[in-house]
Design a protein around this ligand. Structure first.
Ligand code: T46
Length: 137
């Protein structure tokens, strides 16, 4: 499994920090309908533990360090988001877990759809059965 990593463009100003940006449909393979972010989590916290039926997202960490574990039902891999210019595309039917490596790390997400609780698969066995069924098609 080769998760898609994108380099988020950055403009540094001497002694004044840096500004990073991306543009939907130019830098991302989809249009953005929703942005959300997760903050205030202590080190060691694990979130996620689900997959999506349709949702596609870009994950990035503008501050701190968060380990993203991905599982497509056949293979597992990990991506460390520890650089504000590193973005990870997470496709649908991908089980994900996010583990906070550093207190107060911020996880930002740009999503291609509005929030829909029915799009989640929150049971791992159901996820495995669903992807196995898709692979048989
Ligand atoms: C994902 C990972 C990376 C909403 O009401 N609206 C929203 O847009 C979102 C994302 C969540 N919620 C509610 C649903 C739950 O009551 O916020 C609560 C926490 O959501 P959840 O437990 O799903 O959070 P995470 O951190 O496990 O997962 C989130 C996203 O839900 C998920 O789509 O891919 O971040």
């Amino acid at each position: 499994m080769n998760p898609q990593i994108i380099h988020i463009k950055s403009v540094a100003a001497e002694g004044m920090g840096a500004l990073s940006f991306f543009e939907a449909e130019r830098d991302l393979p989809f249009a953005i309908k929703r942005i959300y972010y997760i903050y205030g989590a202590p080190k060691g916290v694990q979130r996620g533990g689900h997959a999506h039926k349709a949702l596609r997202q870009l994950l990035w960490c503008p501050y701190g360090s968060i380990l993203i574990r991905l599982d497509d039902g056949k293979e597992k891999t990990e991506v460390l988001l520890d650089d504000p210019t590193k973005g990870l595309i997470v496709e649908h039917f991908m089980w994900r877990e996010m583990i906070w490596q550093q207190e107060n790390s911020v996880l930002c997400v740009a999503a291609d759809s509005y929030y829909d609780a029915a799009d989640y698969i929150r049971d791992y066995d159901t996820f495995l059965q669903t992807v196995a069924g898709r692979n048989e098609l």
